[in-house]
Write a protein that binds this ligand. Structure first.
Ligand code: ADP
Ligand code: MG
Length: 445
């Protein structure tokens, strides 16, 4: 399916789009959404490619986030310098201070409760979100969800919006990031439209603000938000907030906001455990219509520990690779999509490293452990220490212990020395990479 640049070929619009999609899944997995499958393409042979979104939400998303990636994909698969445009659906609201229909909230359709995997790490936050969505303004007000990046805060916040909208379509819901709130406010001050700004935010029934940590250091916006908060709270309107840390750890947030944020319920999301990661992978694959063998599911769950967004990116990439191959997903493909620095073989022992290195450099294990300092011995010894740091979870002390009871500073020094050497000595670098590869089956990160 790859085409050399400059060699146009005759294909149908559908084929072109499918190849573009495979390209996007491989190279821009973070942008790809499930509904991309249903996008239409037309006019692809007149110097530009027109993509037809199904609704204004899709249009806004494509227009704001995807122009660059789509152009790149179109050029890669057609081999020509083509431009991408997105056809604008009719009936778009022009003025963003007017009341937004749900379509303009830029919610991701997949961020609903049904797609959220519940585990010990997020049980409370999930239950509280459902309670709030069922009875906005009554149960936990405000609801404050915190947790580090990629753990599902935005997913829960948007699920609340979807759920409320479904049962109370008349409710005026505002979902924005605090950054957008700040930008709107600054713009309103500059344009002299602060009054409209206030009406807009204070007339909402549900105000959902994502990533409130961006309010830190924005004094005037904090002040404005404080009044918006009070106004909505007194009218028993629901407020939902998220942040990457709990309220009292957001520096330079005024005390009165910290205390208000804690009036309702503050609930944290932790990193998902292994079983939850497995369930999330299965769920995401199913949503994308991708079949994953069980060994691939557990491989990915083990390899990507901390961040669900990365898990999702890996699955999207896998889908792209599988499509290129025209075959199903295999372990081999899966190994290609795991982010490099995490390729660490935790089961590897220092003995295995020593054995491979000594064989490679033709020295004896006892020599490595001796006090000898000739270069033929020092270098392999330092390489062992370097690789042990890179490829195992052993501490500096443990590693030092393996080489005649050397202390942690020796190991640190060895690691730095080798890291510096391989910057310039490409021969040595190739040697070390080949050792690492034979130890792990993968390239050294
Ligand atoms: P955050 O806002 O906390 O940085 P997001 O809500 O954007 O994280 O989540 C990142 C990605 O991971 C999203 O695609 C989201 O759907 C997914 N995700 C996170 N947690 C879960 C979960 N428990 N179940 C299903 N998907 C999840
Ligand atoms: Mg988020």
């Amino acid at each position: 399916m790859r085409t050399e640049p400059g060699k146009p070929k005759k294909t149908t619009a559908l084929q072109t789009w499918q190849e573009m999609l495979a390209f996007l899944r491989l190279n821009h997995s973070e942008l790809v959404r499930n509904w991309f499958d249903q996008l239409q393409i037309k006019d692809f042979d007149r110097g530009y490619v027109t993509i037809v979104p199904a609704n204004p939400t899709q249009y806004t998303y494509l227009q704001n986030q995807c122009i660059g990636a789509f152009s790149e994909a179109a050029q890669a698969v057609t081999g020509r310098l083509v431009a991408v445009t997105f056809e604008r659906p009719g009936l778009m609201g022009e003025n963003h201070y007017s009341l937004a229909p749900l379509d303009q909230l830029m919610l991701n359709e997949e961020n609903v409760f049904g797609n959220f995997v519940v585990g010990p790490c997020n049980k409370l936050a999930n239950a509280a979100s459902i309670a709030v969505a069922r009875e906005p303004g009554k149960r936990y007000n405000p609801l404050f969800i915190f947790g580090s990046v990629g753990l599902g805060k935005t997913h829960l916040l948007q699920a609340i919006c979807h759920e409320i909208h479904q049962h109370r379509s008349e409710a005026n819901i505002i979902y924005i990031s605090s950054e957008t709130f700040v930008n709107h406010f600054v713009e309103a001050v500059e344009m002299g439209t602060v009054h409209e700004f206030r009406c807009r935010y204070r007339s909402s029934d549900v105000l959902v603000i994502d990533d409130v940590q961006f309010l830190a250091n924005k004094d005037a916006s904090q002040e404005e938000f404080f009044h918006t908060f009070n106004c909505l709270y007194q009218a028993q309107k629901q407020i939902v907030l998220s942040s990457d840390r709990p309220p009292n750890e957001i520096e330079t947030l005024t005390e009165r906001l910290i205390s208000r944020f804690s009036w309702g319920l503050v609930s944290g999301i932790d990193k998902p455990c292994y079983e939850t990661r497995m369930a999330i992978i299965r769920k995401k694959a199913k949503l994308k219509g991708l079949e994953l063998p069980e060994d691939v599911v557990s491989f990915l769950a083990r390899a990507i520990e901390s961040n669900t967004r990365e898990l999702e990116g890996a699955i999207t990439k896998l889908q792209g690779l599988a499509m290129l191959d025209g075959q199903g997903v295999t372990m081999e493909l899966a190994q290609q999509v795991v982010p490099e620095p995490r390729i660490v073989n935790w089961d590897l022992s220092i003995d295995q490293i020593v054995e491979t290195v000594t064989r490679h450099f033709n020295v004896k294990v006892t020599e490595l452990q001796s006090k000898r300092r000739t270069k033929t011995i020092t270098l392999p010894r330092q390489i062992c220490m370097y690789l042990a740091r890179k490829l195992t979870r052993r501490s500096l002390e443990e590693i030092g212990g393996h080489f005649g009871g050397r202390d942690h500073s020796t190991v640190l020094h060895a690691t730095k020395t080798i890291a510096a050497l391989i910057e310039t000595d490409l021969n040595l670098r190739a040697n070390i990479e080949s050792i690492a590869k034979s130890l792990t089956g993968n390239r050294l990160a």
